[in-house]
Design a protein around this ligand. Structure first.
Ligand SMILES: NC(=O)c1ccc[n+]([C@@H]2O[C@H](COP(=O)([O-])OP(=O)(O)OC[C@H]3O[C@@H](n4cnc5c(N)ncnc54)[C@H](OP(=O)(O)O)[C@@H]3O)[C@@H](O)[C@H]2O)c1
Length: 272
């Protein structure tokens, strides 16, 4: 992968996850600069990873080929305005990780149709198991390859065919770790109600999830239905549990929840 100088504006949770993955994968720390409003997060990044830090966004952008827009969506406009005014954004590749900000809106904020890749990472990026959705209207192939390689350092990536699909990535991967946490929490509670200590109950359900996820990944040619059927025997315990889920319309619940996330993402894209 080409090693370009790169500035992260906003040094919060997501930046910290991505930068950790980059440095662990051998990206030269001297090419990475993080800029943030307050100092403590920057000092930690510098101490842990040896990257450059500054509280001056202009300084970070001026010394970088690539600018990662990593502040919360509601702060994006006010963060960009002085940099546009200073002419600091000319000729850069922009990578946005902000949920709900469309390319059209981002072009307004960055002062023109500069090369831009809109991305949607998720929190498992913090442990190198992220899934990042990518979309661009105007980035060159080299810029796309660079962005894809960047996010592959914290997991895997999928390109959206059109911008609307970014909201599908939100429903399917951005938000979905929380669906699994909800499901596991319910399982842990039930195991506790049946007499297990909280730590044992948690170990049991988290190990089952980890094992199931590894099995899915290790069996790319086996359908999820087939994997499920391999656990079930006719009239057995798993069959009874699955029947109960199906009688209570689990598929409809999941479909409705994902649709609710997509609808909210649509609404949010009109907010900022
Ligand atoms: N967390 C997720 O699960 C997730 C997933 C996908 C996408 N995202 C997107 O990633 C972006 C960052 O999220 P996050 O969870 O990392 O948020 P976060 O932890 O709140 O980090 C945002 C950082 O931006 C800094 N900031 C705000 N205004 C600034 C400015 N004008 N100049 C420089 N720094 C500024 C804040 O500094 P102070 O703390 O000093 O105010 C804060 O450290 C958001 O746009 C979010 O939509 C997040």
């Amino acid at each position: 992968m080409e090693h370009l100088s790169i500035a992260f504006i906003g040094a919060g949770n997501m930046t910290s996850a991505i930068v950790s993955g980059m440095v662990k994968n051998g990206y030269p720390s001297q090419l990475i600069t993080a800029s943030n409003r307050s100092l403590p997060k920057l000092e930690k990044l510098n101490a842990d990873l040896g990257i450059n830090i500054t509280q001056d966004n202009l300084e970070a952008v001026a010394q970088s080929d690539v600018v990662v827009l990593a502040v919360k969506p509601q702060f994006m406009q006010e963060m960009c305005a002085p940099l546009v005014e200073a002419g600091a954004f000319e000729g850069k590749l922009f990578i946005s990780i902000a949920a709900g900000l469309t390319c059209e809106r981002l072009y307004e904020f960055i002062g023109g149709k500069h090369a831009l890749v809109r991305t949607m990472p998720n929190t498992p990026s913090a442990v190198g198991k992220g899934l990042t959705g990518l979309f661009s209207e105007n980035a060159s192939q080299a810029q796309r390859d660079f962005t894809e390689a960047l996010f592959n350092m914290v997991g895997t990536t999928v390109w959206a065919k059109d911008e609307a699909q970014i909201n599908t990535v939100i429903a399917g991967a951005g938000s979905s770790p929380a669906y699994f946490f909800l499901f596991l929490d319910a399982m842990q509670q039930k195991a506790e109600a049946m007499g297990f200590e909280p730590q044992d109950a948690r170990n049991m359900v988290q190990q089952a999830m980890l094992g199931a996820a590894e099995l899915v990944c290790a069996s790319p040619d086996v359908s999820l239905k087939e994997l499920r059927e391999r656990v079930m025997s006719k009239g057995g315990t798993t069959a009874k549990a699955v029947e109960y889920f199906q009688d209570h319309q689990l598929e409809d619940i999941v479909s409705g929840a994902m649709q609710a996330a997509v609808d909210r993402a649509d609404e949010m894209s009109k907010l900022f």
